[in-house]
Design a protein around this ligand. Structure first.
Ligand code: PLP
Length: 384
């Protein structure tokens, strides 16, 4: 099997599963318990936090564990809305966010908040001038993704950071779920960002674990109230086996990052160079620095995305329609719609998403299958 659906989820690394099992078997005490056994668990929890903080160049008390990207996004948005409700009720985000952001914003709108969705250009990128124009005295949060999950666009995070330096009270959030380990850590962990969302299963940790970075001094209202874990910010007994595994996964991910990114770029480039020569192919992700190295979104005009996905699957290659969330709902890609791509093309889009374990040999196999399928689809379309 060739797995090219890493933006949906990645396979947990063997070393991560090893940690998960060992911690579950040997250090299964509750980190909040007073006895030695609990103390040992607490020590490992704090060691994992420190390790993650060191890898990101921040302080341990700025890391808060969550259940994943969706929780992190919900928390930063709603936690900011509650925390800063006395100061304002206006939030700004982009028109191409993951549903964890978009649907949270829509819920906040129902509660009386106002939301501005920034438009994007033909590559799915916001313009910082639009952001500047959207900021109001009552704006409490600006939230943007680092890397778009459907087509891989990298947002101009450093320009946003520069602009927001003029507005020090506004919370600046980055959804970095698709951006970590992709060579843009300096853009994500920039000197103005206040909150960053991460999700373990996108970088070879297990499911249901993630974390947020929250800059020292910035506050979020908790959404999970209870026993006061995570410095009273996020209650609930900590998922220690998964957290310790995630710390390991992050270390593995960031070891040799440049080389891995170069490899992913080479695979993407090889597929890009091949498929761009076909007249019925439209490609939305460019092989340039403005796009992440691991995502390639394209259509074969006139063929539905799900048809392409299943045709590849029959040949042992796993790709997806543009996002795992929308794929079963047969929806047009929200990113492509925001880019004003025609709806029939937006429903035809498919996504190849790579990770550091993929190879050029797999790209060659993909290309071989692509050629066969393109011929088959062209024949069907010609007969129709
Ligand atoms: C950009 C982005 N944000 C948030 C999420 C949600 O993350 P999780 O699956 O960990 O809830 C995803 C998942 O695909 C994503 O791609």
């Amino acid at each position: 099997m060739i797995y090219f659906d890493n933006s949906a989820t990645t396979q947990a690394a063997p070393a991560v599963l090893d940690t998960y099992t060992k911690v579950s078997q040997k250090i299964w005490g509750n980190p909040s318990s007073l006895h030695n056994f609990g103390e040992t668990a607490f020590h490992l929890l704090e060691q994992s936090r420190q390790q993650i903080a060191d890898l990101l160049g921040v302080q341990a008390h700025e890391i808060f564990f969550t259940s994943g990207g969706t929780e992190g996004d919900n928390w930063v948005l709603k936690g900011t809305a509650i925390e800063k409700r006395a100061f304002g009720k206006h939030l700004i985000t982009t028109a191409v966010e993951h549903p964890a952001i978009h649907n949270s914003m829509e819920q906040l709108k129902e509660l009386g908040y106002e939301v501005t969705y920034l438009p994007v250009d033909q590559e799915g990128r916001i313009n910082v001038a639009d952001l500047k124009a959207a900021i109001r005295p009552d704006t409490i949060l600006v939230s943007t993704m680092a890397v778009n999950n459907e087509i891989g666009t990298i947002q101009p995070l450093l320009e946003v950071a520069d602009l927001l330096k003029q507005y020090p009270k506004i919370h600046f959030h980055i959804d970095a779920v698709q951006g970590i380990g992709k060579g843009i850590q300096n853009m994500i962990m920039n000197d103005r960002v206040d909150f960053v969302t991460f999700s373990g299963h996108k970088f070879h940790a297990t499911r249901g674990v993630g974390f947020i970075y929250a800059r020292n001094g910035r506050k979020l209202a908790p959404l999970m109230n209870g026993g006061g874990q995570e410095s009273n910010w996020r209650s609930g007994t900590e998922n220690l086996p998964a957290i310790a595994g995630m710390a390991k996964a992050l270390r593995l991910l960031l070891t040799g990052e440049d080389e891995k990114v170069t490899r992913e770029r080479a695979i993407k480039q090889r597929i890009y160079d091949h498929i761009k020569t076909f007249p019925k192919v439209t490609i939305f992700s460019q092989p340039t620095d403005g796009f992440a190295p691991h995502i390639l979104c394209f259509t074969i005009n006139g063929v539905r995305g799900e048809t392409i996905v299943h045709a590849f699957e029959d040949q042992g290659i796993y790709i997806s329609t543009t996002s795992a969330c929308s794929s079963k709902k047969h929806m047009a890609s929200s990113t492509l719609m925001a880019m004003h791509v025609q709806e029939n093309i937006a429903t035809s889009a498919v996504r190849v998403s790579l990770d550091e374990n993929n190879t050029l040999a797999e790209a060659d196999q993909f290309i071989k299958v692509f050629d066969q399928l393109y011929q088959k689809f062209s024949k069907i379309n010609a007969d129709a």
